[in-house]
Design a protein around this ligand. Structure first.
Ligand SMILES: [Zn+2]
Length: 59
């Protein structure tokens, strides 16, 4: 199982049709919208930092 980096859902690599390769790593998605969001801004979804939500503290 792989984890959809957008919504954190578990995706089965064997059946997944939505795959993106980024920096030599493969990412699997549960829906076209997730893949699209990832393709548009992969860094945002891969960075360890939480970008959205924000509790302050990010300068
Ligand atoms: Zn998803």
């Amino acid at each position: 199982m792989a984890i959809d980096p957008i919504c954190k859902m578990a995706v089965d690599e064997k059946t997944a049709k939505l795959v993106s390769e980024y920096k030599g790593k493969k990412y699997y998605f549960c829906a076209p919208g997730c893949k699209k969001a990832f393709d548009q801004n992969p860094e945002k979804h891969l960075g360890g930092e939480m970008v959205k939500g924000g509790g302050g503290g990010i300068r």
